[in-house]
Design a protein around this ligand. Structure first.
Ligand code: DGL
Length: 265
């Protein structure tokens, strides 16, 4: 039987993780959900993040027989995992900034993430545990998250705007941890601004290996090729453009899941 894998983010960022997981497990049934009504997650309080993710994930776990949940969002993962693990009886995997592999290759690291992720105690603990002898610079930007969303619907990235955001890092870092799942979609542009020699590291491949391991190292050639389902929490004016991307990734057209007004605050 193919496995049902639920991947969740605030927006399109989790698709970068989905690509890595699908590379390792091509024949699973993928359900991708994004909370566009709550976007951007980097600006939400911890309580609201827990409430929104718990509601959406539980609803989809009831609708589909989900085998594993992947919170493909650093901002949410650093706070929601304990709650989700008490609510669900299936494995819940999160994504955290790849500080550990970065510290193995560099002592001049830049952590690029959302404004929330760079303030979390989880992030400080990661740096303390794995990169204490490195110089780790932190930069949190919601604008970068928006730029990745815009690129996905065909709006080109403004390189001078990106340059302005990243300019304090020029010559200061040689390895950047992409600590937000939206940022792998800006790889090309980040390299254009900071130079080809800067190493960019994300967590996608490591998460994919973990998912495969938790599913009992499923045989990637077992089952048949299935189209995925994609859900958002509110209708979007970008539906047509997004559906083009989803179709290329073998998803059926976008469905609106909704989010109850009574829970909205
Ligand atoms: N993709 C997300 C992350 O990895 C969150 C972006 C946002 O909504 O602020 O942190």
């Amino acid at each position: 039987m193919p496995k049902n894998i639920l991947i969740f983010d605030s927006g399109i960022g989790g698709l970068s993780v989905f690509k890595d997981i699908r590379y390792q497990i091509p024949l699973a049934k993928y359900i991708y959900a994004f909370d566009n009504a709550g976007f951007p997650y980097g600006e939400l309080t911890e309580d609201i993040l827990i409430e929104r993710t718990s509601y959406i994930i539980q609803k989809l776990c009831h609708r589909h027989k989900i085998d594993i949940v992947v919170i493909a969002c650093n901002t949410a993962s650093t706070v929601v995992l304990p709650t989700l693990r008490t609510l669900l009886s299936i494995p819940v995997v999160g994504v955290v900034p790849a500080i550990k592999p970065a510290a193995l290759v560099s002592q001049k690291i830049g952590l690029l993430a959302t404004p929330a992720t760079i303030k979390r105690s989880y992030t400080f603990d990661l740096i303390k545990s794995f990169a204490s002898i490195s110089d780790v610079k932190l930069l949190g930007s919601t604008r970068l998250v928006e730029m990745a969303e815009e690129k996905m619907v065909g709006i080109p990235v403004n390189l001078s705007e990106l340059d302005e955001i990243l300019k304090s890092w020029k010559g200061q870092v040689d390895c950047i941890v992409l600590g937000c799942t939206h940022f792998p979609f800006l790889r090309k542009e980040i390299k254009e601004v900071l130079g080809r020699n800067v190493l960019l590291i994300d967590s996608g491949e490591a998460i994919a290996r973990r998912v495969k391991q938790l599913l009992g190292n499923v045989d990637a050639n077992e089952g048949e090729h299935l189209f995925g389902e994609v859900y958002c929490s509110a209708s979007t004016k970008n539906e047509e453009a997004l559906n083009k991307t989803f179709k290329e990734l073998d998803f059926n057209p976008l469905q609106t899941l909704g989010y109850p007004k009574s829970l909205d605050r």
